[in-house]
Design a protein around this ligand. Structure first.
Ligand code: RIB
Length: 350
């Protein structure tokens, strides 16, 4: 930096301002410093800067499954918001594993990241509380919370599950299934709560909601659940299936199609997240839309607000309303079964 200052004919402080707060420097002076940096091939030493500043310019984002487009869309929103504020996102994949999540939180704290955005695997807040207590702010992503130590950004997943199953009931489905898990993930259990509420609101026995619980929220788990559905007799098989996310739904779709079952004619399917592959599926998938990039952007902005506001920051709970996108995979009225039609026809007119 001293060589740059000498070549540009400015003070060391001016060079630092050009690098860290360029708006404080006049365009002409900024140009001289930038030209000197280029001429000398200067590259700042981030580690040295971090040692002086005590904090990196990195924000950690810990997601459940980096192969799920839901999270890469969330990461894109976070990255854009971070870049607008001179920060970068470090994406970490917990793989829905508590130990791996804990390891990443240790690493991020050691790196002195500006803060951590996280979709937690479990519901134990202890490690995150410790992070906050030692000066690293946290924002929960895609998870509602009543916890006092951080902000959160999520969609109302109960409302999302309610919308999905109410739609299947409205389309005339009698045998409806929920595919998803693990129920220890709050977003999954909330979607299931909404599905059960839809059964009750629709005058159905909630105990009739069939449950195909999965360990993971992946295509493969969806295929496995689809194979279980195919293995049922026609009389037992659900005619309407609500899946806890789109990857599960696409897996179910794949399994049904592989056995010649038609969607939605034999089985209607509704997913959750509305990732780009939902609308692009061979049978366009109905799905409960989450504003994925907005979730990422909002979480990052809440974190940056907390960094700026310090102890005066008021934690916020941002909850978006889900929207159901109805497409071919469920957009068909279920005709009552022939036996039900026959029984109705046999009844004397009143
Ligand atoms: O990966 C788990 C699921 O939880 C995602 O598909 C998304 O729906 C999140 O809420």
């Amino acid at each position: 930096m001293k060589d740059v200052a000498r070549v540009a004919g400015v003070s060391l402080g001016t060079v630092s301002n050009v690098l860290n707060q360029p708006d404080l420097v006049s365009p002409a002076t900024r140009r001289r410093v930038v030209d000197a940096i280029a001429q000398l091939g200067f590259v700042r030493n981030e580690s040295a800067r971090q040692l002086r500043a005590g904090r990196s310019r990195t924000i950690g984002l810990v997601v459940l499954d980096v192969s799920n487009p839901f999270f890469t869309d969330v990461a894109r929103g976070a990255e854009t918001a971070a870049a607008e504020n001179g920060s970068i996102i470090m994406l970490c994949n917990s793989g829905q594993k508590v130990e791996r999540e804990a390891r990443y939180l240790d690493l991020l704290e050691e790196q002195r990241v500006q803060g951590v955005l996280i979709t937690p695997v479990g519901s134990d807040n202890a490690r995150l509380d410790l992070l906050v207590a030692r000066g690293t702010p946290v924002v929960l992503v895609d998870r509602g919370t009543e916890h006092p130590n951080w902000c959160s950004v999520a969609v109302d997943d109960v409302l999302g599950g309610l919308a999905a199953v109410s739609h299947l009931i409205e389309r005339g489905h009698r045998r409806i299934a929920f595919v998803g898990g693990p129920m220890g993930l709050r977003q999954v259990s909330d979607r299931h709560v909404g599905a059960v509420k839809a059964m009750t609101d629709g005058g159905r026995d909630p105990g009739e909601l069939m449950l195909f619980e999965t360990t993971w929220l992946t295509l493969s788990s969806g295929r496995q659940a689809g194979e279980r559905i195919v293995g049922l007799s026609e009389a037992e098989r659900p005619t309407g299936v609500f899946c806890a996310n789109d990857l599960l739904a696409l897996g179910v779709l794949q399994a049904l199609a592989g056995h010649g079952l038609r969607v939605p004619h034999d089985v209607a399917i509704v997913g959750y997240d509305d990732i780009d592959y939902a609308a692009a599926a061979a049978v366009p998938l109905s799905s409960v839309r989450q504003p994925r990039e907005l979730i990422g952007r909002t979480a990052t902005e809440l974190l940056l607000d907390e960094m700026r506001e310090g102890s005066s920051h008021q934690h916020r709970r941002v909850t978006f309303k889900p929207e159901l996108a109805i497409r071919a995979s469920s957009d068909m009225r279920r005709r009552r079964s022939s036996s039900a039609r026959t029984a109705r026809a046999a009844r004397p007119a009143v």
